[in-house]
Design a protein around this ligand. Structure first.
Ligand SMILES: [Zn+2]
Length: 495
């Protein structure tokens, strides 16, 4: 999730913190930098065990039986991915001048509920993205089972814009496999703190393909597009095959981390990767200075617009992988690809990949923490965004010994609020979802006791790996810790 430049402006307690913290000039959303929190235990030690990531963490975790995981059991390792998860084949071709990208998408999908249509989210048509000059246009969309003509809303469309729909003439039964093919074109606008942009010889795009908007046991996610820059997609972990064709002189930093591109006759290169469980992908193209290291068996690739920036940033990700693995379990993917882009802002997380518009430790740890909270343990970023943002903030604060002020918990706002409900209230969204949510987790940890709370969070992570978690799943994992539940309930996190 992006970290914001601006600090929140709601609540008297926060305004006080703003005054104290503003001089730091950091990219943090919340207050608290340079402050000492009073919450007991909030900067407490690491209670958990594993100190090294398994080099084959994801695949070995896949052998773990998921049975009982959702029933409240505490599996010893990450639950296995759903064998019936969607399969997606994506191909992007970047224009030589980086202004456009053409794409194809093939999806094989077996819904667990009856459906009458396919629904995809067109993230590039979010209003702030369109205002910067980026957008997506669907050129064609077809599906089997006698699907009818597709409809989609154009860039900047009001209301329920941003959805591609492919209707069926009747109901398609649960368990029926559906195949669909979509072609699309992206326009890349000005550089900024967004998942789409280009500048200074670089281009990047993420959530760029029409994203299958399904959640098992729930159905389609059709929430409105947001008025400010934040995530609003919900998608299952998918078996993903990704190919990017880009100018031959450029390096591609993308989900799945291919080490090199294959030359094409026209001088371009194609970069190919497979990711066994990716909810989404990101791609960055440009003359990156790249370093490759291995951290606890995880292949870490860091690309930046200068070697100096790269070399300052790479150790931060080494640290983040190491520290976070010790707390939450093996790094979820065999690779992590980081692209430090020539833009200012924070960072944006994707499965096994991160777009960085900042070089701070805070952002490096926060976005790496999203590999557990969002990429592996998914959530509806539209309905329950705190489940990834508050946890990523909480994890970052634990690792960096930088807990929030306890007063964040007393500020107004219901933590588990749908993102669109904030309207244009960007500052409120970021404060309540990130800052108050993280403060609630710290307070819950202190109330229950750090050791038992950390163990329960590990149960939550293991049980919900490669799924889309709901607040009720967290409540279930914390069921034996009523003091923690009381804190989270009071904050409106479990509503
Ligand atoms: Zn985030």
């Amino acid at each position: 999730m992006p970290r914001r430049w601006r600090r929140p402006l709601i609540g008297a307690a926060v305004v006080g913190a703003l005054t104290l913290g503003a001089a730091s000039g950091c990219t943090a959303t919340r207050s608290g930098h340079g402050r000492i929190a009073s919450a007991a235990g909030s900067s407490g030690g690491v209670a958990t065990s594993r100190s090294t990531a398994n080099p084959s963490g994801a695949s070995s975790a896949a052998s773990s039986p998921p049975a009982g995981a959702r029933a409240g059991a505490c599996p010893a390792t990450y639950a296995a991915p759903d064998p019936n998860r969607p399969r997606v084949t994506l191909a992007f071709t970047v224009a030589p001048d980086l202004t456009h990208v053409s794409g194809t998408e093939h999806v094989v999908f077996t819904p667990d509920l009856p459906i009458t249509e396919l629904v995809f989210r067109l993230t590039a048509n979010t209003a702030p993205t369109v205002a910067q000059g980026s957008s997506i246009h669907v050129a064609s969309a077809v599906a089997d089972h006698n699907a009818g003509p597709a409809t989609f809303s154009a860039a900047g469309a009001a209301g329920q814009g941003g959805l591609l729909r492919i209707p069926f003439p009747g109901t398609v039964a649960a368990g029926t496999t559906v195949s669909t093919d979509v072609t699309f074109d992206l326009v890349l606008g000005a550089a900024g703190f967004d998942r789409f942009g280009r500048g200074q010889g670089y281009a990047w795009f993420a959530s760029a393909q029409p994203l299958l908007a399904w959640q098992r046991g729930f159905g389609w996610h059709e929430e409105p597009m947001l008025q400010f820059s934040a995530e609003s997609a919900t998608s299952e972990a998918m078996q993903t095959d990704l190919t990017v064709t880009a100018p031959g002189a450029d390096t591609v930093i993308m989900s799945g981390d291919p080490s090199s591109g294959s030359p094409n006759p026209d001088g371009s290169k194609s970069w190919h990767a497979g990711v066994t469980d990716a909810r989404d992908v990101s791609v960055a193209v440009g003359p990156f200075s790249v370093s490759d290291t291995v951290v606890n068996g995880v292949a870490l690739r860091v690309g930046a617009y200068s070697a100096a920036v790269r070399d300052a940033l790479a150790p931060e990700f080494t640290r983040a992988i190491t520290e976070l693995s010790a707390r939450f379990g093996p790094f979820p993917f065999p690779t992590l690809s980081v692209a430090r882009l020539p833009a200012n802002g924070g960072g944006i997380e994707y499965p096994s990949a991160i777009l960085m518009m900042s070089s701070t430790r805070l952002v490096a740890v926060h976005e790496t923490a999203h590999q557990w909270f969002y990429a592996m343990v998914g959530d509806s970023q539209a309905l329950h965004a705190w489940l990834d943002e508050a946890f990523a903030s909480f994890a970052e604060q634990l690792v960096n010994g930088d807990p929030p002020p306890a007063s964040d918990l007393d500020a107004p706002g219901v933590v588990d609020t749908p993102t669109a409900a904030y309207g244009s209230g960007e500052d409120s969204y970021y404060f309540v979802t990130y800052s108050k949510g993280a403060a609630a987790l710290h307070a819950a940890r202190a109330a229950a006791g750090p050791d038992v709370f950390d163990a329960a969070v590990r149960c939550y992570v293991n049980a919900n790996a490669w799924r889309i978690a709901e607040p009720a799943d967290l409540a279930r994992a914390l069921a034996a810790l009523p003091a923690a539940l009381a804190v989270l309930t009071k904050a409106g996190a479990l509503s």
